[in-house]
Design a protein around this ligand. Structure first.
Ligand code: NAD
Ligand code: MG
Length: 396
């Protein structure tokens, strides 16, 4: 029986993970569930899955959860705070850690899982974007197994010759490039001039995937694809020049690997995150995920188009940050988190997101990203400068 910790269990990935786990009760047991402050959802999950521990980042929420559980006669232990998240990720009692917290908040518990040599199912791409070198180093040093849940990276991983991300030696394996597919989000066909007036409701309505709010906005700006380029760089040891992005509106091909002999391997399937979750959970086995079989006749056609930087300036900013290196990707990520939240709160326009990130990248000094201290300092500074830039934008 494999013991599973789910960081971010109340979110879109967390809920899909629990859906897969309940299909295989003989294989997996939920050891711990963790969320920020969604008390009601975590309460229901505790009753259904009976973990040993439930953690809420927010102490007030943890108190509410605890009293609800006691009232219901449930023995689930409740804890709160970031240290508790690190403990449930690194404890001997768990085998698999599903890293599905959104944003920079996922970094420390993911690092704790790496240091403890766990099998990590990584959805929290921001952790790799912030600290790719550091996280990969910890994974290697502690024999952790880092498996990509992000659908594109999971597709690439399935199309690569070796089963573990950290073992690739591209020159020897005849790989020419990685091709990440992108749906293009809800505004792929809009006139550029109309993007100024996009509302949060329009931005979170993704045409193909149902996801959390932040990643939905990231998909609309294509910062999500930019973060994924950086994620692919670290996961697969690929230089940015060999990572390409192509628009593919149906989201049936989840990504591709192009080999020197002209073979292009693609992984296909319905756009449903239970496929990559199940794939990483059961690897090297294949088990049922609950995903509908792909009906290619119904899909009818697969279209491809170039991803233009003019329409998607955030994608260009991500390549720029990756090429600059050091803390610039942590700065990019922090600025993006601040800008996306401000957009969701109607403080800035959709098109201000890229403007603010560009300003922050210009104005925060970049250092090497060898230590956690350097990365967290860059993250903090970038958030402060992003707040300043927002005041500039809002006063116009
Ligand atoms: P979501 O917003 O639906 O859920 C986020 C989860 O994280 C919730 O459980 C929330 O309580 C928890 N959380 C948020 N802040 C926290 C904090 N400070 N401390 C502890 N817990 C916190 O997000 P999601 O769509 O499930 O995405 C999660 C991660 O997976 C993101 O990094 C996203 O980029 C990545 N991802 C998601 C999808 C998808 O289809 N949803 C696909 C690929 C990658
Ligand atoms: Mg993705």
């Amino acid at each position: 029986m494999q013991q599973v910790t789910i960081l971010g269990s109340t979110g879109s990935i967390g809920i899909s993970t629990l859906d897969v786990l309940q299909r295989h009760p003989e294989k997996y047991n939920v050891y711990a569930l963790a969320a920020n402050k969604s008390v009601d959802t975590l309460f229901e999950q505790c009753l259904q899955f009976q973990p040993t521990i439930a953690v809420m980042l927010c102490p007030d929420s943890a108190c509410q959860l605890e009293s609800k559980l006691r009232e219901a006669g449930s023995p689930v232990q409740v804890q709160s705070g970031i240290q508790a998240l690190e403990i449930i990720s690194g404890t001997e009692q768990t085998d698999i850690v599903v890293a599905a917290i959104v944003g920079a908040a996922g970094l420390l518990p993911t690092l704790a899982a790496a240091k403890a040599g766990k099998r990590i199912l990584l959805a929290n791409k921001e952790a790799l974007v912030m600290s790719g070198a550091l996280l990969m180093r910890e994974v290697q040093a502690n024999n952790a197994v880092l498996l990509p849940v992000d659908s594109e990276h999971n597709a690439i991983w399935q199309c690569l010759p070796v089963g573990e991300t950290q073992q690739y030696q591209f020159e020897h394996q005849g790989i020419r490039r990685i091709i990440l597919t992108a749906s293009g989000g809800p505004f792929r066909d809009w006139a550029l001039a109309d993007l100024e007036s996009v509302t949060p409701e329009q931005a979170v309505a993704h045409p193909n995937w149902s996801m959390g709010q932040k990643i939905s906005v990231d998909s609309a700006t294509m910062m999500n694809k930019g973060l994924e380029v950086i994620e692919a760089h670290w996961l697969f040891g690929m230089p940015s020049a060999k990572i390409e992005v192509v628009l593919h509106r149906q989201s049936i091909i989840h990504s591709m690997v192009d080999y020197m002999d002209g073979s292009v391997l693609a992984q296909m399937g319905n756009p449903d995150m239970r496929t990559p979750i199940t794939n990483t959970l059961a690897w090297p086995q294949r088990i049922d995920s609950g995903v509908e079989p792909l009906d290619l006749v119904k899909a009818g056609r697969l279209d491809f188009a170039a991803a233009e930087f003019e329409r998607f300036p955030c994608l260009a900013l991500a390549y720029q940050a990756l090429n600059t290196g050091g803390t610039s990707t942590a700065i990019l990520n922090a600025a993006n988190e601040v800008a996306v939240e401000a957009f969701l709160n109607r403080q800035i326009k959709f098109t201000d997101i890229a403007r603010i990130i560009a300003e922050v990248l210009e104005n925060v000094s970049i250092t090497p990203a060898d230590s956690l201290e350097q990365i967290l300092a860059a993250d903090k500074m970038a958030r402060a400068v992003a707040q300043q830039q927002m005041r500039v934008v809002c006063s116009h």
